[in-house]
Design a protein around this ligand. Structure first.
Ligand SMILES: [Fe+2]
Ligand SMILES: [Fe+2]
Length: 221
């Protein structure tokens, strides 16, 4: 895996996040498709899931995983995958799709929201089991590894469903003007709820942990 492949914010978007130019008449400039923004974030989330899976494998082998590393990966899971990425879907994209496609869209959104909710339960469990990944009872360690794998499997299936079903539907049923409004809303969520510089910090954390857990594991085999 190249370093560039780990980027949450590829250099291909030199103008930065949410470069959507609006005036009173509506969109006037180049637009980054909201689905494109979410696709890029999915890549970051997938790298994060690889780190979590590699940690679970270490715990299964009876090795110790530093508490600070587990806390760091879970922090990015909560702040990036859930509070930033899922917030964009739940607060902006899903309501728009429900309105535009009250049957097919609404049914799909219902299913995807259920995945987000199931993911939150697993993350809550992982946070309470996290100390055992470093040192703790065998039973809790095994549960941590199991929940980490369940979370990775759940989100992998979820991302596949969004890529194969959600994004094509959004591109089909939402007119360009509405997609531009969504992009602006993503931008607001990013600015007001995620905060400046947060993406870069998460990216740094994922790089560091991928080097330590995923790449190291690949070299050991
Ligand atoms: Fe989602
Ligand atoms: Fe997503």
């Amino acid at each position: 895996m190249s370093a560039a492949a780990l980027s949450l914010r590829p250099a291909a978007r030199p103008n930065g996040f949410g470069t959507i130019l609006m005036d009173r008449e509506g969109m006037v400039g180049p637009m980054t498709e909201p689905t494109e923004i979410l696709r890029e974030e999915h890549e970051g989330i997938q790298h994060l899931l690889h780190v979590l899976t590699a940690m679970a494998e270490r715990v299964d082998r009876g090795e110790s995983v530093a508490r600070t590393d587990v806390d760091d990966v879970l922090e990015v899971v909560v702040k990036f995958a859930d509070e930033c990425h899922h917030a964009k879907e739940e607060k902006a994209l899903f309501p728009a799709l429900r309105r535009a496609s009250p049957e097919e869209g609404a049914a799909l959104v219902h299913r995807l929201e259920g995945d987000h909710e199931a993911g939150r339960h697993l993350v809550a469990a992982l946070r309470s089991e996290a100390p055992a990944a470093e040192k703790g009872e065998a039973r809790v360690r095994a549960q941590f590894a199991k929940d980490a794998r369940s979370y990775a499997a759940l989100l992998t299936r979820h991302i596949d469903a969004e890529t194969e079903q959600l994004f094509p539907l959004v591109e089909r049923v939402l007119p360009a003007k509405e997609r531009a409004a969504l992009g602006a809303e993503f931008d607001r969520i990013e600015r007001e709820e995620t905060g400046a510089g947060a993406h870069e910090r998460y990216e740094g954390t994922i790089h560091r942990l991928a080097d330590r857990y995923v790449h190291a594991a690949a070299h050991a085999h």
